[in-house]
Design a protein around this ligand. Sequence first.
Ligand code: SAH
Ligand code: SF4
Ligand code: F3S
Length: 454
Amino acid sequence: MRTFHVRTFGCQMNKHDSERIAGLLSAQGMRPAEDPRDADVIVFNTCCVREHADERLHGQVSALKSLKAGGRPGVLIAVGGCVGQRDGERLLGRLPHVDVVFGTHNVARLPALLASAAEARGPVVEVLDAPDPGGFTSDLPDAREHVWHAWVPITVGCDNFCSYCIVPHVRGRERSRPLPEIVAQVERLAADGVREITLLGQNVNSYGRDLYGDPAFARVLREVAATGVPRVRFTTSHPKDLSEETVEAMVETPQVCRHLHLPVQSGSDRILAAMNRRYTRRDYLALVERLYDAMPDLALSTDVIVGFPGETEPDFADTLRVVDTARYDQAFTFIYSPREGTPAARLEGRVPREVAQERFDRLVEAVGTSALAKNVPYVGTVQEVLVEGSSKRDASMLVGRTGTNKVVHAPIEGHGAEELAGTFLDVEVQEAQTWFLLGRVRARREPASGVARA
Ligand code: SAH
Ligand code: SF4
Ligand code: F3S
């Protein structure tokens, strides 16, 4: 039987696309291979949001050259995703041993493209400017990484054009998926044993603007929760579009996890304007205050970029102040990386690498302090934890997450971790670290907010 291996870079949208790629290839009678060197088809699902991801792809694809040269000429290498979309044919100039180049809009065509490449004995490139208007590709078969978790895209693309960001250029304009389609998929998933779904979009808060009747994101939350799926997460929320209605839907819908990813990017109004984020520090902090008022137990995470062109020490000090005030549980921190074709790449005032690195280090420290402060009050509480499996470092410990997205470790005691994966446990938290909690299993249970209600 022929085998495939999918290597994924980038965001959750790409992880989900990779599950669909795996589903499509499995439907062709192929089987997944753990090691790319054992596979007949190797697919790279790529990201170009920062330079680093771009470079890693180059290294990894080049490393496979010897595989084809040495005894396995029939191996097919396909590169898709955001680099495929951006570079198309040009990619073959840099990586001539690639057989198939595809983009973000034609994942469904991959099996056909692989077949043409095998037949043509030469590279095949297909990149579309826009998605096929007929179909939301999420209806393709998928092979989920975990049986108990599913990604559910509700929008694709992005209309925001933040000045540093390549995503709108490689994912196209924002399109919303019809609500009945989303609900029907979640019903199927819940019936299939999925315990947690993550609704996906570059900006889920602008959901529905292109649909008849403008169904708002708050309605998606309520209707999806009504299917009875025990846990609902969503990402990403653009602060300028997070409505009061959405806050109310979060408060009133117990299945919706008390965790919000709310990228701030910078705390300086000058830099926020240059980034085209369309909110001020005051707007952002007022929203955060409203969220904590409505949900005192809310966990908040964010994305921050340091070293944006023109960023001064006072601008960065503003960012640090926001980190303090917003009391983040987690932050994804990035050094600005110029992306060709985006407006910010043409801006003056590049911040020297050492200065950006030094700010980055201070930011990471501030985030750690904030994260630990948010974890300490968990000690002594009992948390509902959805088990993911056993710890990679210590097989006698299980790993799971609270609704607030805290990683929890606890000794397994009795059951195998694989058997427990996808079940809910009550865990008493005994110790708080910066990035995880340690505890003891108290009981196994169905979630109070879960399927039992439906
Ligand atoms: N749609 C999401 C995710 C976008 S990409 C959102 O709006 O939040 C994920 C993160 O990568 C962004 O939030 C941003 O912090 C970071 N990022 C994007 N472009 C970048 C660039 N050119 N340099 C550094 N970080 C970048
Ligand atoms: Fe990029 Fe901004 Fe769109 Fe997020 S909202 S994908 S950062 S353009
Ligand atoms: Fe990267 Fe594309 Fe996602 S550029 S962050 S994989 S949309």
